[in-house]
Design a protein around this ligand. Structure first.
Ligand SMILES: Cc1cc2nc3c(=O)[nH]c(=O)nc-3n(C[C@H](O)[C@H](O)[C@H](O)COP(=O)(O)O)c2cc1C
Length: 459
């Protein structure tokens, strides 16, 4: 059988992920794996229609499509996102229809599920027959057991195609509203009181609702706020995964484009930062993804720490929980506060006006009071994953993160908490004695909130 592998790693043949695919290639020599470097060649694919058409021909002749990608900032890399946009822009959806598909990634499992859900969603939208996702750690190929697991995944994918087994769709199609937002004049009343409000958008002239929502947000303020359109910046490349920034946060493109100056002068100086974008397929645009990927020059540091974030989204957000979780995960990891999501998906101009006013008012109020909501699992989990990774195997490369984590006091490993450690030892001995265990268990019924009660009494 013919399997087309769409390589979403900007590193092309040096990709870790593609080596898992090559391993499958060796294990299943009876099948033809045609690896196409999508991410590395994206500029050519975009410029040259013939190159794109050749790829479509290969897909048309294939029995299955394997999406192979690394995780880049909770998602697939920007060039692969761009390739998916090209499928729609060039009307090539039919090429994918009815094809079996699977996804394979490598990562450190930081929000890998978001990227996999995204790809599965795209496959469902393209009417592909999605078989399975395989999300490996970047070093899994070194491990015997993980290699067998990889082979089992390969068998499952190939066997499903060979037998033409049925597959089930996971996502409903996205339904875009036919709705033109008509804003009111705005209150022009909200004083920023020394706080800096920055809107980052990628609105094109045809993104009418998005542009109107951004303008309407601006009209809530008594004074001008900063609006930056990503399309006005010179960004020569998305992240190429070279990891040079890991040592000192310097990106190889710093001297060549506007991204660094924009990030330092606008993003990092904002107190209330609004991300505005139109859903293209199941995410924001590839340009927005480039923004996120290039912001990786800050490594795994929470560069938006303590900021207020708002999201203005044009498109069917209510049908796309995965996109919302992307932003919630991103904010949680950054220790930033989400003020609100406002979307034209509500289909009611007055409601949007009210929500934009509320975003402006509440965003400034939170910026003034310094409120940040407690982290949910999305933030707590993120910090623990990075704490362990940066302290451990990532430290050599990500020296800048290591220095920052020491300063932030983020190496809060439980083994270093001596009193808790001692209590746990003592408790373990206690629990092994039936009489003491019974007493402890009895105490648990009322005892856990004992100290909380004291705080409330004192308040
Ligand atoms: C810009 C960038 C962003 C990354 N973001 C994530 C991430 O969000 N989650 C994760 O688990 N790993 C992340 N990683 C790690 C890569 O996914 C991992 O190293 C992967 O194995 C690289 O695969 P490749 O060699 O095929 O490109 C990131 C790496 C880079 C360079």
């Amino acid at each position: 059988m013919k399997i087309v592998v769409l390589n979403g790693s900007p590193k092309g043949d040096n990709s870790v992920t593609i080596h898992s695919v090559k391993y499958l290639q060796k294990k299943f020599p009876e099948h033809d794996f045609n690896i196409i470097d999508i991410a590395k060649r994206i500029k050519g694919i975009e410029r040259n229609r013939v190159t794109f058409d050749h790829i479509m021909e290969a897909i048309a002749a294939a029995d299955g499509v394997l999406w192979a990608f690394p995780l880049y900032v909770l998602m697939v890399p920007a060039p692969l996102k761009r390739f998916i946009e090209l499928i729609y822009e060039r009307g090539a959806e039919a090429t994918f229809s009815g094809k079996y598909a699977a996804a394979i990634s490598t990562s450190i499992h930081f929000y890998d599920h978001i990227a996999h859900r995204y790809i599965q969603g795209v496959c469902d939208d393209l009417d592909m027959r999605f078989v399975a996702s395989f999300s490996a750690d970047m070093m899994d190929l070194m491990d015997d057991r993980e290699r067998s697991r990889l082979v089992q995944f390969g068998e499952h994918f190939l066997c499903t195609i060979q037998n033409q087994y049925p597959t089930a769709k996971r996502y409903r199609p996205l339904v875009r509203r036919d709705f033109a937002y008509l804003p009111d004049a705005g209150s022009h009343s909200i004083e920023v009181g020394g706080k800096k409000v920055v809107v980052v958008t990628d609105a094109r002239p045809e993104d009418g609702n998005l542009q109107q929502m951004v303008d309407r947000l601006c009209a809530a303020f008594a004074s001008d706020i900063v609006v930056v359109n990503l399309r006005d910046l010179k960004i020569v490349s998305s992240c190429i995964g070279c990891l040079q920034c890991g040592y000192d946060n310097e990106c190889v493109f710093d001297e060549r484009d506007d991204f660094l100056a924009f990030y330092l002068d606008k993003v990092l100086k904002a107190d209330l930062l609004i991300f505005a974008g139109t859903m293209t397929d199941r995410y924001f645009s590839a340009l927005w993804k480039t923004y996120f990927d290039r912001s990786f020059f800050m490594g795994h540091r929470p560069s938006l720490y303590g900021k207020q974030l708002g999201f203005i989204i044009s498109g069917p957000l209510h049908d796309n929980e995965n996109l919302r979780e992307f932003f919630e995960g991103y904010a949680g990891w950054q220790h930033a506060n989400i003020v609100a999501f406002v979307s034209d998906d509500v289909g009611d101009s007055q409601a949007i006006d009210t929500q934009l006013e509320a975003l402006a008012r509440q965003g400034v109020a939170f910026a003034k009071s310094g409120y940040v909501q407690p982290s949910s699992f999305l933030g707590v989990g993120a910090q623990k994953v990075f704490r362990d990774e940066v302290w451990g195997r990532l430290r050599t490369v990500f020296q800048a993160d290591h220095r920052a984590y020491v300063k932030l006091g983020w190496y809060d490993f439980p083994m270093r908490d001596i009193p808790t450690h001692a209590m746990a030892h003592l408790g373990t001995v206690g629990m092994s004695i039936p009489k003491v265990r019974k007493q402890i268990q009895e105490m648990l019924k009322h005892g856990v909130s004992f100290r909380h009660r004291k705080i409330v009494e004192k308040a």
